[in-house]
Write a protein that binds this ligand. Structure first.
Ligand SMILES: *[C@@H]1O[C@H](CO)[C@@H](O)[C@H](O)[C@H]1NC(C)=O
Ligand SMILES: *[C@@H]1O[C@H](CO)[C@@H](O)[C@H](O)[C@H]1NC(C)=O
Length: 227
């Protein structure tokens, strides 16, 4: 028995199929961001395999570099320090809301890697984040920071992060983003790390996990960018 479809149902169905066929590989809002605060961003460009985002100035609380061979271990160490910070181990003894993602900036070679793990400061504390205790600092991003993003599911491990970063590099190869990323990387400073891993889920969450590889960069020559 055929049920006549209303126009809106048809549109919905069409969108569903369209999304399924062509957008299934695109980034989606990590489900964690429906429960806890995540930094707002604008999508500048979206295509199969990657997305370019623009974040306005955001403040993060970061660990000092953690030397380790394993990103999993380093991120865990960093996470516990940040957890103490939000639980009130800061100069104001102030508790802070949990946010997502926790990002790990990866620098160095295979033999000696260094990781800086950071927590996104909630909007309400952005102007005046409680000063962290020794071994941590506030990291304030520039007015506009561009990020090339690739999403992947499951748990981050020491094999898949490198593979996902290589895949992101491949999918942007030859684009304007790729050359901007190379240029920013050479300039160093906040763009010196090889890549950043953004994790949105707690270790005890098994379903619907979303992680991202980020390449941070600067687009000084982009029209309309007031930097
Ligand atoms: C970022 O700043 C620009 C310029 O002020 C503004 O148009 C845009 O909406 C902001 N984006 C977000 C996500 O806050
Ligand atoms: C790392 O994760 C991938 C899937 O993302 C999985 O196939 C692989 O077995 C994992 N490796 C280790 C060492 O856990």
């Amino acid at each position: 028995m055929a049920v006549p479809l209303t126009a809106s149902k048809k549109l919905c169905f069409f969108l569903l199929v369209f999304c399924f066929l062509s957008l299934s590989c695109l980034a989606r809002l990590p489900p964690a961001c429906k429960r806890i605060e995540c930094p707002a961003y604008d999508v500048v460009h979206a295509t199969n395999g990657y997305e370019i985002r623009r974040y306005n100035s955001t403040a993060w609380v970061s660990t000092s570099p953690i030397q380790h061979l394993s990103i999993v271990q380093a991120a865990r160490t960093g996470f516990f320090r940040l957890y103490d910070y939000i639980q009130g181990k800061n100069n104001y003894k102030q508790k802070i809301e949990m946010t997502a993602p926790v990002i790990t900036q990866v620098s160095g070679s295979d033999k000696s890697s260094s990781f800086v793990v950071s927590f996104f400061v909630p909007k309400k504390n952005q102007a005046k984040p409680p000063p962290p205790l020794k071994g941590m600092h506030v990291q304030r991003w520039k007015k506009t920071v561009y990020v090339a993003v690739r999403q992947f599911g499951g748990f981050v491990n020491d094999t898949n992060v490198g593979e996902e970063a290589a895949a992101l590099k491949n999918s942007i190869a030859g684009t304007q983003w790729s050359s901007a990323i190379d240029k920013s990387h050479k300039k160093g400073g906040g763009y010196a790390s090889a890549y950043t891993v953004a994790q949105y889920n707690a270790p005890f969450e098994y379903a619907d996990r979303v992680n991202e590889i980020w390449f941070l960069f600067d687009m000084q020559n982009r029209k309309g960018n007031m930097m």
